[in-house]
Design a binder for this molecule. Structure first.
Ligand code: ZN
Length: 129
Protein backbone atom coordinates (compact mmCIF):
# COMPACT_ATOMS: atom_id res chain seq x y z
CA UNK A 1 0.00 0.00 0.00
CA UNK A 2 1.22 3.46 -0.86
CA UNK A 3 1.99 5.35 2.38
CA UNK A 4 0.32 8.59 1.39
CA UNK A 5 -2.75 6.87 -0.02
CA UNK A 6 -3.02 4.89 3.25
CA UNK A 7 -2.81 8.08 5.33
CA UNK A 8 -5.40 9.72 3.09
CA UNK A 9 -7.78 6.73 3.45
CA UNK A 10 -7.45 6.68 7.26
CA UNK A 11 -7.85 10.47 7.43
CA UNK A 12 -11.09 10.20 5.47
CA UNK A 13 -12.46 7.58 7.92
CA UNK A 14 -11.42 9.69 10.93
CA UNK A 15 -12.97 12.79 9.41
CA UNK A 16 -16.24 10.94 8.77
CA UNK A 17 -16.16 9.59 12.35
CA UNK A 18 -15.70 13.19 13.50
CA UNK A 19 -12.58 12.21 15.49
CA UNK A 20 -10.73 15.52 15.26
CA UNK A 21 -7.88 14.63 17.67
CA UNK A 22 -6.93 11.46 15.79
CA UNK A 23 -7.39 13.29 12.50
CA UNK A 24 -4.90 15.99 13.64
CA UNK A 25 -2.43 13.32 14.84
CA UNK A 26 -2.66 11.60 11.50
CA UNK A 27 -2.01 14.86 9.64
CA UNK A 28 1.07 15.39 11.83
CA UNK A 29 2.29 11.85 11.10
CA UNK A 30 1.72 12.50 7.40
CA UNK A 31 3.81 15.68 7.64
CA UNK A 32 6.60 13.79 9.42
CA UNK A 33 6.49 11.02 6.81
CA UNK A 34 6.79 13.63 4.06
CA UNK A 35 9.83 15.19 5.79
CA UNK A 36 11.46 11.77 6.15
CA UNK A 37 10.80 11.04 2.48
CA UNK A 38 12.43 14.34 1.52
CA UNK A 39 15.45 13.53 3.71
CA UNK A 40 15.73 10.03 2.22
CA UNK A 41 15.75 11.52 -1.29
CA UNK A 42 18.41 14.08 -0.28
CA UNK A 43 20.61 11.39 1.30
CA UNK A 44 20.16 9.05 -1.68
CA UNK A 45 21.28 11.83 -4.03
CA UNK A 46 24.24 12.69 -1.78
CA UNK A 47 25.29 9.02 -1.59
CA UNK A 48 25.12 8.70 -5.39
CA UNK A 49 27.21 11.86 -5.86
CA UNK A 50 29.82 10.66 -3.34
CA UNK A 51 30.01 7.25 -5.02
CA UNK A 52 30.44 8.88 -8.44
CA UNK A 53 33.15 11.22 -7.07
CA UNK A 54 34.96 8.26 -5.50
CA UNK A 55 34.79 6.25 -8.75
CA UNK A 56 36.10 9.27 -10.68
CA UNK A 57 38.91 9.87 -8.16
CA UNK A 58 40.11 6.29 -8.64
CA UNK A 59 40.45 6.91 -12.40
CA UNK A 60 42.32 10.24 -12.21
CA UNK A 61 45.91 10.25 -13.47
CA UNK A 62 47.92 13.31 -12.46
CA UNK A 63 50.76 14.82 -14.48
CA UNK A 64 53.56 17.34 -13.83
CA UNK A 65 51.60 19.99 -15.74
CA UNK A 66 48.19 21.14 -14.41
CA UNK A 67 46.06 18.69 -16.34
CA UNK A 68 44.68 15.27 -15.57
CA UNK A 69 43.70 12.32 -17.71
CA UNK A 70 41.42 9.42 -16.88
CA UNK A 71 42.31 5.75 -16.74
CA UNK A 72 40.70 3.94 -19.65
CA UNK A 73 40.31 7.14 -21.72
CA UNK A 74 42.60 8.44 -24.51
CA UNK A 75 45.60 10.46 -23.28
CA UNK A 76 44.54 13.26 -25.66
CA UNK A 77 41.43 13.73 -23.50
CA UNK A 78 42.85 16.15 -20.92
CA UNK A 79 41.01 17.90 -18.10
CA UNK A 80 41.91 20.93 -16.01
CA UNK A 81 43.61 19.90 -12.74
CA UNK A 82 42.76 23.29 -11.16
CA UNK A 83 39.02 22.95 -11.80
CA UNK A 84 39.09 19.34 -10.64
CA UNK A 85 40.88 20.31 -7.40
CA UNK A 86 38.52 23.21 -6.68
CA UNK A 87 35.13 21.90 -7.81
CA UNK A 88 35.62 18.19 -8.54
CA UNK A 89 34.36 18.93 -12.03
CA UNK A 90 35.87 17.75 -15.28
CA UNK A 91 36.53 20.63 -17.66
CA UNK A 92 38.21 19.50 -20.86
CA UNK A 93 41.15 21.76 -21.70
CA UNK A 94 41.64 23.24 -25.16
CA UNK A 95 44.73 22.07 -27.02
CA UNK A 96 46.26 25.17 -28.61
CA UNK A 97 48.22 22.95 -31.06
CA UNK A 98 51.50 24.68 -30.17
CA UNK A 99 52.34 22.36 -27.28
CA UNK A 100 50.24 24.33 -24.82
CA UNK A 101 46.70 24.00 -23.49
CA UNK A 102 44.31 26.35 -21.75
CA UNK A 103 41.23 25.78 -19.60
CA UNK A 104 38.13 27.53 -20.99
CA UNK A 105 36.73 27.88 -17.48
CA UNK A 106 39.61 29.15 -15.27
CA UNK A 107 42.24 30.01 -17.91
CA UNK A 108 44.86 27.70 -16.40
CA UNK A 109 47.53 27.10 -19.01
CA UNK A 110 50.31 24.58 -19.29
CA UNK A 111 52.36 22.39 -21.54
CA UNK A 112 50.72 19.28 -22.94
CA UNK A 113 53.43 18.48 -25.54
CA UNK A 114 56.92 19.57 -24.47
CA UNK A 115 58.47 18.62 -27.82
CA UNK A 116 56.14 20.97 -29.68
CA UNK A 117 56.27 23.67 -26.97
CA UNK A 118 60.10 23.75 -27.08
CA UNK A 119 60.35 23.57 -30.86
CA UNK A 120 62.56 26.30 -32.34
CA UNK A 121 62.81 26.65 -36.12
CA UNK A 122 66.30 25.96 -37.44
CA UNK A 123 68.07 28.95 -38.92
CA UNK A 124 68.54 28.61 -42.61
CA UNK A 125 65.52 26.39 -43.03
CA UNK A 126 63.45 27.05 -46.16
CA UNK A 127 60.68 28.56 -44.01
CA UNK A 128 62.94 31.24 -42.50
CA UNK A 129 62.99 34.58 -44.35
ZN1 ZN B 1 40.11 25.09 -15.15
Amino acid sequence: MDLYQGIKDVAKVLQQADNIDLYKQLLELGRQAWEMQTEIERLTKETRELREAQELKAKVIRHDEPFITLEGRPSSEMYCATCYAKERTLIQVRDLHNGYFTCPSCNTTGVCDSTLANWVPETGSPLTW
